[in-house]
Design a protein around this ligand. Structure first.
Ligand code: UT7
Length: 326
């Protein structure tokens, strides 16, 4: 056994804006029904940020919750990574704004853009900084105001997304290099840029000069999701050196209940081990995994020492998975 530096999760927190938007609320202005949305997606409601709330506000609230759970303060943090598709501004990075709002010291702060896979990408990136000693304690945040990217006349997309933020505190701690270590034990990240047209936003600073709206060929994305995610999960578990049967909790990206269930079935993971919040939160992109995680910690399901499997897939197409022991 060799001695290694592990990235250990010491706290998790989430934040949801106050406004609840139900399926019936949407059916008032777009041709849809509660029954269709529930049957095809499992979504019952989503949250929407107030007009004066920026994504950095959601991110800061989630970060403060994670810091409190970890017994840390902003003064302890020397790395902030925000995974977001809906930054406050084109620049500076939302992470720099969050650093200021938290009152954190002048460490490293930047955003990453991998859409719904952003949180899994960000965790893996943070692990590199911690393992090489470039940072000691990180905040990894997934935060989104996806409702601001919606075309509210497109029923195929506008019913699917919501706003929210989740965060974890990651701390560098020595480990044995064994599967019994606490921390991030394995990950796999993927991207297939040839599938861009299946899920994208039709605007941006260097093309249209506008923010744009989300466009998706939902059934095509659905088809790729189940197949791709399973390969990445197997690769992450292989790097961690543990079979999927040892996973205590499966925390997938919350896009569609049918995808969650399909992936779990293919991986042989019993549905009693799947954390599902898509019904209440809808798809909050990079925020969905840490939001679901914080909910399952708060309600007492997730406990210290347990093994977690995270996975996500989104625009790019990007996808990936992480295996973490608490
Ligand atoms: O987080 C990033 C990754 N994103 C995802 O993972 C999303 C993946 N995709 C999905 O979740 C599903 O594909 C959707 C929920 C988006 C759609 O479900 P589907 O079973 O694949 O339906 P579909 O797109 O094949 O559409 C079936 C029908 C269509 O009508 P026609 O052409 O058969 O007459 C749609 O126009 O359902 C219609 N439809 C709706 N009907 C009522 C689409 N959206 C709605 C709606 N209400 N909101």
């Amino acid at each position: 056994m060799s001695s290694v530096l592990r990235s250990v999760v010491t706290g998790v927190g989430g934040y949801l804006p106050d406004e609840v938007v139900t399926n019936d609320d949407l059916a008032k202005f777009v041709e849809t029904t509660d029954a269709w949305i529930v049957e095809r997606t499992g979504i019952h409601q989503r949250r929407r940020a107030a007009p004066d709330q920026a994504v950095s506000d959601l991110a800061t609230a989630a970060a403060n919750a994670a810091l409190a759970a970890a017994g840390r303060t902003a003064a302890d943090i020397d790395l902030i990574i925000v995974a977001t598709t809906t930054p406050d501004l084109t620049f500076p990075a939302t992470a720099a704004i969050v650093q200021r709002k938290l009152g954190a010291p002048q460490g490293i702060a930047f955003d990453i853009q991998a859409v719904c896979s952003g949180f899994v990408y960000a965790l893996s990136i943070a692990d590199g900084f911690l393992a090489r000693g470039h940072a000691k304690r990180a905040l990894v945040i997934g935060a989104e105001t996806m409702t601001r990217l919606m075309d509210w006349t497109d029923r195929g997309t506008c019913v699917l997304f919501g706003d929210g933020a989740g965060a974890v505190v990651l701390e560098a701690m020595p480990g044995e290099g064994a599967v019994t270590d606490r921390g991030l034990l394995g990950f796999a990240l993927r991207c297939d840029g040839t599938k861009q047209d299946l899920l994208y936003v039709d605007g941006g600073p260097s093309t249209t000069g506008t923010v744009g709206h989300l466009r998706m060929q939902g059934n095509q994305v659905f088809r790729h999701a189940v197949i791709n995610i399973c390969e990445a999960v197997e690769a992450a578990a292989a790097e961690a050196g543990t079979p999927l049967s040892t996973v205590d909790w499966f925390i997938p990206h919350q896009a569609n209940r049918r995808i969650l269930e399909g992936v779990a079935r293919r991986l042989g993971i019993d549905e009693s081990r799947v954390v599902s919040t898509v019904g209440e939160h809808a798809n909050t992109s990079a925020a969905s995994i840490p939001l679901a995680w914080s909910q399952a910690v708060q309600d007492g399901r997730i406990k210290p020492g347990q093994l977690l499997l995270l996975e996500a897939m989104g625009g790019g197409l990007t996808w990936g998975a992480c295996v973490i022991r608490l």
